[in-house]
Design a protein around this ligand. Structure first.
Ligand SMILES: [Fe+2]
Length: 387
């Protein structure tokens, strides 16, 4: 299972034909509408059986034998195809143009949503991925919603995210948390543009019918209630306040990149590489050790130059951003060249594999936090027998 950098591994069962057929099926069947593909009936019906089925149709009753395995497959089918955005080519020019075209106040949030071509809205069937920019002197006004949000910071300096009135000044590579139903606004007092990735569980929460949102009535920003970075001071040093933490989401809102990078770099010394992941850590709620948010799992990962992972798949759907370095990602039958801040989607139950041309650092988020709670998370490693 563990091996040193530069070693290549058995690449697993041929999945490209399956993945390719799945991609075509998903795009064709969804027609950008997100419709569920139709499957042939499980049991052929004679005339009397067809008439019987037809009589029940208007009463919204269906014999199970006519749908059969359409409902319960032998294993998961990817819900979406993979998709990739080159940050410099596909994203950055548009977000900079948006910064000139519309103010943050006008737009409420100056956000460009990166959509999976098989979905109306969403990078995966459970998560959104978007790019937000703010300019000097702007405030993106306070609001709150039942969706949880994360930020992976891309470029710029001097902007903050405020969570319930606590400002967190952001730096490239930082992971910032906005737990569900917390008031949050963004602002920038210095010149220049700041850009970051927003990841939210919008499709999941909408699917569950649990969406609420509120705009703050006051003047733009929520009143400052605590000193900047207060939550990091209380929860980020290995010490905790004596009072119990009652909320499920992390009470700490900032995971600075410097600390993430140092942790990964120090672990490199142990040379304890996982064949499928290199070095991969989860961002954790310091009060519980659980995921930072109840619905979104977040990760930081280091692959040393020359490392090629074994193929891997799991039931989670993941959005990945390159924080540093260069490499390649093969997802199903597609291979993406990765540069700084490029973004790609790994659908559920799809083989994927990474290769590092330089030391490669990835930040990612998925629905694993939900799947684990429901006992639905499962993985398969091509370098090990199936469990
Ligand atoms: Fe928001």
């Amino acid at each position: 299972m563990h091996s040193g950098p530069g070693v290549s591994f058995y690449t697993g069962p041929p999945s490209s034909k399956i993945a390719s057929a799945n991609d075509d099926r998903l795009l064709r069947a969804a027609g950008r509408s997100g419709a569920v593909p139709e499957e042939p009936m499980a049991v052929a019906q004679n005339e009397a059986q067809q008439a019987f089925t037809a009589r029940m149709l208007e009463r919204n009753i269906t014999p199970l034998w006519t749908v059969g395995k359409q409902l319960v497959k032998r294993e998961p089918e990817p819900r979406i195809p993979s998709v990739y955005w080159n940050y410099q080519r596909d994203v950055r020019p548009f977000i900079l143009e948006a910064a000139d075209l519309i103010t943050a106040a006008e737009a409420h949030r100056r956000v460009l949503v990166l959509n999976n071509p098989a979905l109306k809205h969403g990078a995966t069937h459970t998560m959104t991925c978007a790019i937000q920019a703010i300019k000097g002197g702007e405030i993106a006004p306070a609001h709150r919603h039942s969706q949880a949000a994360l930020r992976f910071i891309i470029e710029g300096e001097g902007a903050y995210t405020a969570v319930n009135g606590e400002r967190i000044y952001m730096h490239p590579g930082d992971f910032i948390v906005t737990p569900a139903w917390t008031w949050h606004d963004h602002g920038k007092e210095t010149d220049g543009v700041m850009i970051w990735l927003d990841g939210l569980d919008v499709p999941l929460v909408n699917h569950l019918g649990a969406t609420f949102s509120d705009d703050y009535d006051g003047e733009g920003a929520f009143p400052q209630s605590r000193p900047p970075h207060d939550s990091f001071s209380r929860y980020g040093s290995g010490l905790l306040p004596l009072e119990p933490v009652t909320q499920r989401a992390s009470p700490m809102f900032a995971y600075p990149y410097e600390r993430t990078r140092t942790a990964l770099e120090n672990l490199r010394k142990a040379n304890d590489w996982d064949a499928c992941h290199g070095l991969k850590l989860k961002f954790a709620n310091p009060a519980t050790g659980d995921w930072v948010m109840p619905t979104i799992a977040t990760f930081a990962q280091l692959l040393p130059k020359g490392f090629k992972t074994a193929q891997y798949r799991s039931t989670e759907a993941t959005v990945v951003m390159t924080a540093e370095g260069r490499g390649k990602a093969t997802v199903g039958d597609r291979t993406y060249t990765l540069g700084k801040n490029d973004i790609f989607v790994v659908p559920n139950w799809t083989w994927w594999q990474l290769e590092a041309d330089d030391d490669l650092v990835l930040l990612s988020y998925s629905d694993r936090a939900v799947l684990e709670k429901l006992d639905l998370w499962r993985e398969q490693r091509a370098n090990e027998p199936r469990r």
